[in-house]
Design a protein around this ligand. Sequence first.
Ligand SMILES: [Zn+2]
Length: 249
Amino acid sequence: MRITILGSNGTYPTPSHPTSGYLLQHGGTSIWMDTGSGSFAALQSVIDFNTLDALVISHVHADHCVDVLGFYHAIKYGGRPQTVIPTHVPNGLAERLKGFLGDPDHPLGETLDFRVHADREHVTIGGIEFDFTITDHPVPTLGVRATAGSGRVLAYSADTGPQGEWSWIAAGADLFLCEATYQGPADEKPWSHHLTAGEAGLIARQVGARALMLTHIWPTLDPGLSVQEAEHTFGKPVMLAVPGMAVKV
Ligand SMILES: [Zn+2]
């Protein structure tokens, strides 16, 4: 399984740094996971978007979903209007997108075949098995455990705080892609529904993740310091998600 980082900024994009977006590929299957701002342009520098097999969108916050609208328009009005693409989402996301388009009955779903998932649901997409969980975030948010046919596991925290039982998705994962929005002491972070880098490292160690990659770092922070803080609690070297990089899991 291969993951390409399309964007990894937390909350808002900066030049050459889109927000959350990842391309998962395995055995001929290509899945765009999180469609954050700027990630659709980045996706097109990697593959032809017409070849995608499915989308997985973790939640309704703009830095994780907004570029799906540009993708929809590209598909619908760009020459392949009959395309129907499975789009795996949490509850409420489809309705929010239709609201943005100004019509609760908008035919968006004729192109994006919305498949709503709740906690502990499972789906097979091509050669990858997906298990979902609901994370510690104020809107329904899907954490993801993706298992390739080879048995290799990629876990993705999406956006989350430390509370709840979501972190089972990362148990023994070969790569845990975990949000690390903040730095410093956890009890001083601005918002409880995100993680510090230290919390990300600690959770990764507690669940036995084999490797940890930080993502969703607040754009004005020094990511090198985030890596240092996560390595201190993880106890092993930690990777940083950088747009354009690809990693074999
Ligand atoms: Zn969020």
